[in-house]
Design a protein around this ligand. Structure first.
Ligand SMILES: *[C@@H]1O[C@H](CO)[C@@H](O)[C@H](O)[C@H]1NC(C)=O
Ligand SMILES: *[C@@H]1O[C@H](CO)[C@@H](O)[C@H](O)[C@H]1NC(C)=O
Ligand SMILES: *[C@@H]1O[C@H](CO)[C@@H](O)[C@H](O)[C@H]1NC(C)=O
Ligand SMILES: *[C@@H]1O[C@H](CO)[C@@H](O)[C@H](O)[C@H]1NC(C)=O
Ligand SMILES: *[C@@H]1O[C@H](CO)[C@@H](O)[C@H](O)[C@H]1NC(C)=O
Ligand SMILES: CC(=O)N[C@H]1CO[C@H](CO)[C@@H](O)[C@@H]1O
Length: 546
């Protein structure tokens, strides 16, 4: 065995984004059925971002308290007649006590009401959609062209059909003279997780030509007709199998887009195995957990803009924005970086015997930037198993200096604590560094580093000793770069598409050094996010958990 314990610690925290790659054009079924067993939904923050009024706790998006929302923004009015400081405040309140919904941006007016209803259908759960906006007198229809499953799901949820829409197609028979007035209809755009259609952005369109009207069949147990090839959504709805992994949230709880090996219909595959609509690529807002959808966007044209200019030419539309665009940009959290330290392990009770060298690159020639910090406390994982090397992780708290508010280490490289096991994937390249011995057991005096690739399921190299969730293998094809004796506790850092660095692994164990069939095994830090946050305090993590 090369190494024994590990140790490490970080002080400040993370909270950022994701990754993606191009869609898979192959004919293979893109659904990862093993992943489906985990029942991921839009509330699974190992897969997707939480909304700004939520925070990620134990892998689930949970309601924030309203006061935890940023104060910046415009006030909004709720259906309960109360005004809230911002959209986030209102949604946080609604998240805690469902019932009162978003009504309009700005202050509440006495008579303003929003109403969505279905007409000309055979049952209450279907029909042509009509809406009355808060500041409009009349009900209006919605243009078919702007209407998709995304908006249809929101409309059905708003009408009380919790599983959203079954379809945007239906046989509805409006009075024959109705089309005359359909030269004026509303365009609507939703994000898909709104609880009221009022939260979506409405634009009035006038054209000289007839525009189809939006209709919907909401999902009820009666309308459902599951077949052999239906996809079972986590919320109990069943949809056609072909609709899974197509970038469209057909389920309504996103469960059809969270377990994908590839994506259909040109939708975009995030590295976390999530399909997002192609128009989310380069839209200025990070949608993938590690941000790959916003990389390489210089000069990329927004598909939406293309669509608008084309329709303007063809149809001479006059458009008028009726409801302001919600400030969705705030949904992408800012990266908050932490500081990383590492050192060789130590007994917890002897914390005061240890010091942390920082800024050190050569043990013989100390550079002026290096400094020594005192240790306050060491917390070893309570389930550390010295024979299996499970839970090979510990935290070290630095002693605060007088007059020092936050930890600050000169010349340090910031690294984040990864909060999701999906941030990095096999074959991603990462950097391992340390003071460990060379292959020939030579001592090393200056800090060494090397690039290694993450290796998937490592059970084939270490059968019965490799724990997939807790450990991560990494190495090179020829084994030339590897962690070795004395490296334990050192960091394996990976960089995401936005160059944000994460402490993905901690050097833990391995057999031999530098042999391809014995890759280095690292503690998978993402698996300990909750353990770390428990010890450093939820508040430290949550305050950045936008
Ligand atoms: C509020 O927004 C303004 C302008 O966008 C910005 O300058 C200010 O720092 C923000 N305040 C807070 C508390 O975020
Ligand atoms: C919306 O309008 C429909 C038809 O005009 C009416 O039956 C319904 O009660 C209204 N809903 C609300 C919430 O006002
Ligand atoms: C370590 O793991 C082995 C194998 O699972 C188990 O038999 C042993 O009891 C564990 N030791 C501790 C201290 O948990
Ligand atoms: C890893 O490989 C082992 C044996 O090779 C297999 O039993 C296990 O299911 C695999 N795990 C994953 C997550 O692929
Ligand atoms: C990340 O860093 C590399 C190398 O320094 C640079 O080429 C690339 O543009 C950076 N990417 C982003 C998104 O900043
Ligand atoms: C059925 C209906 O509402 N028809 C109206 C269509 O628009 C014209 C002109 O604005 C009205 O006169 C009709 O009453």
């Amino acid at each position: 065995m090369k190494l024994i314990h590990t140790v490490l610690l970080f002080l400040c925290f993370h909270l950022n984004l994701c990754v993606s790659s191009t869609s898979d054009p192959s004919q293979e079924d893109p659904v990862d059925s093993k992943c489906l067993l985990k029942k991921y939904t839009h509330l699974s923050c190992t897969k997707v971002f939480c909304q700004p009024w939520q925070k990620c706790i134990d892998g689930t998006c949970t309601c924030k308290l309203p006061y935890q929302c940023p104060k910046n923004g415009t006030s909004v009015c709720s259906t309960n007649g109360k005004s809230y400081l911002t959209y986030c405040h209102q949604k946080s309140f609604e998240c805690l006590r469902p019932g009162a919904k978003f009504l309009n941006q700005g202050t509440c007016t006495a008579e303003g009401k929003f109403n969505v209803s279905l007409s000309y259908g055979n049952t209450d759960s279907e029909g042509i959609v009509e809406v009355k906006l808060v500041d409009q007198k009349e009900k209006m229809f919605i243009c078919k062209r702007s209407w998709s499953m995304t908006e249809a799901n929101v409309a059905c949820v708003d009408l009380g059909f919790q599983q959203g829409a079954l379809s945007t197609q239906g046989r509805f028979y409006p009075p024959t003279d109705l089309h005359i007035n359909t030269t004026e209809c509303l365009h609507v755009q939703c994000r898909g997780l709104e609880t009221s259609l009022a939260e979506c952005t409405f634009t009035k369109k006038r054209t000289k030509i007839y525009q189809g009207l939006a209709g919907v069949v909401c999902y009820t147990q009666d309308t459902a007709s599951p077949t052999d090839r239906s996809f079972q959504c986590v919320n109990g709805k069943s949809i056609a199998w072909e609709k899974a992994c197509n970038g469209v949230n057909d389920c309504g709880d996103q469960s059809d887009e969270l377990c994908c090996k590839g994506c259909r219909d040109q939708s975009f595959l995030c590295k976390s195995g999530v399909c997002i609509p192609s128009q989310y690529k380069c839209n200025g807002e990070v949608d993938c957990l590690t941000g790959e959808d916003e990389v390489g966007c210089e000069g990329a044209r927004l598909p939406e803009t293309q669509g608008l200019s084309r329709s303007t030419q063809e149809e001479k539309e006059i458009e008028e924005l009726l409801t302001p665009d919600m400030d969705v940009v705030s949904i992408s959290p800012d990266p908050h970086r932490g500081l990383l330290l590492d050192l060789n392990f130590v007994r917890p009770s002897k914390a005061h015997h240890y010091g942390i060298w920082t800024g050190l690159v050569n043990r013989v020639k100390y550079n002026t930037a290096s400094a020594i910090e005192k240790v306050q406390k060491i917390i070893v994982h309570e389930n550390y198993n010295g024979s299996t090397y499970q839970n090979d992780i510990a935290l070290i708290e630095m002693k605060k200096k007088a007059n020092q508010k936050e930890c600050h280490i000169s010349n340090s490289i910031p690294a984040c604590v990864p909060w999701s096991p999906y941030l990095f994937q096999p074959n991603n390249r990462c950097i391992v560094s340390g003071w460990g011995r060379e292959k020939d057991n030579q001592k090393v005096f200056s800090l060494k580093w090397g690039e290694v690739k993450l290796i998937g399921n490592c059970s084939k190299f270490y059968s019965n000793r490799y724990y997939e969730e807790e450990m991560q293998c990494a190495g090179t094809e020829d084994g030339s770069i590897d962690a070795c004796k004395g490296d334990s506790g050192g960091p394996l850092v990976c960089m995401d598409a936005n160059n944000v660095t994460y402490v993905w692994g901690i050097v833990s164990w391995g057999e031999n050094c530098g042999k391809p069939e014995f890759p280095g095994v690292y503690t998978k830090v993402a698996n300990y996010f909750d353990w770390i946050s428990y010890h450093v305090g939820r508040s430290l993590i949550s305050q950045y958990n936008v």
